[in-house]
Ligand binder design. Structure first.
Ligand code: GUN
Length: 283
């Protein structure tokens, strides 16, 4: 069996068209959705990510500002800048790109962002809202994964989902979203003694570790749905995920490619969150 691809580029295009239309409607009411992206330091991967986020905003008709600061920026200066953006009526979403330089406490900065503008969904208030099923911003990567499952009409009720990885950004919120859709959820991580025994039971597997070949074909139940959140480089320097794509695609029913899978969906959900922040502010 060869799995069907869940095409993150195609789904993103569709969703971004809807975002653009809603942004246009909001603009007609005098409100242009605005995202501020703050980058501190010179991390090369971060530079690419923030450029892509700003470009996606422009393409969807959202206003965006990219603020770049030297790595020597102090924590106090960054906190003051976040406060300025909290109070800026033209800015509806604030994204402080991670990682931050070591002398800055990232959690402290995240908690300084107004929850109403926390389009990354990293604030404790957003995490708490997700945990309790209250309205709030969902972290973009797992939110994008949920949209991918929705796009194939997948009903999670009664299914067993295995999440590999327990980060605050992906693994933990992913598990909560799957649980909210009535899946039975297992979270696996570096201290899980027998990962394969867990993944072989899974109807849905989300790999979010940041290491190549964490999931191979022998670890997948035939017909399972596999979502690959990884962003790694192989020996030839080519982008690859956490999943051994060539092997697993012969066993799974659906699989997301890397690149062109979860990656574009992350940015798409950032646009959705920013739009919804602006819609809330306008009402
Ligand atoms: N660094 C890597 N991914 C992300 C993300 O989704 N948001 C932010 N703010 N920083 C990141």
């Amino acid at each position: 069996m060869t799995a069907q691809l869940i095409d993150g580029n195609a789904l993103s295009k569709q969703l971004r068209t809807q975002v653009a239309a809603r942004a246009q409607a909001l603009k007609a009411k005098g409100v242009t959705p605005g995202l501020a992206v703050v980058l501190v330091g010179e991390n090369p991967a971060s530079q690419v990510y923030v450029r892509n986020k700003v470009k996606a905003c422009e393409d969807a008709g959202l206003h965006s500002v990219l603020e770049k600061y030297d790595a020597s920026m102090t924590e106090a200066e960054l906190l003051a800048r976040v406060e300025g953006l909290n109070n800026d009526p033209d800015i509806h979403g604030i994204l402080v790109q991670l990682p931050l330089p070591e002398h800055i406490d990232a959690q402290k900065v995240i908690e300084a962002i107004s929850p109403a503008k926390d389009v990354d969904g990293f604030h404790i208030a957003s995490a708490g809202a997700l945990m309790t099923g209250m309205p709030g911003f969902w972290p973009c990567t797992p939110y994008g994964c949920m949209k991918m499952l929705e796009s194939i009409g997948y009903d999670l009720k009664g299914k067993h989902a295995v999440v590999i990885g327990r980060s605050n950004i992906v693994g933990k919120p992913m598990a909560l979203m799957l649980l909210q859709k009535n899946a039975t959820v297992t979270i696996c991580h570096s201290a899980t003694p027998d990962l394969k025994a867990m993944t072989l039971q899974a109807d849905v597997i989300v790999a979010a570790v940041g290491k190549r070949n964490v999931l191979t074909a022998d670890m997948v139940k035939p017909g399972a749905v596999v979502l690959d959140v990884g962003m790694n480089r192989n020996d030839e320097g080519k982008l690859c995920g956490d999943v051994d794509f060539d092997g697993v695609k012969e066993v799974a029913s659906y699989i997301t490619p890397v690149p062109g899978g979860v990656g574009p969906m992350t940015i798409t959900m950032l646009l959705v969150n920013t739009l919804e922040a602006a819609e809330s502010a306008a009402n």
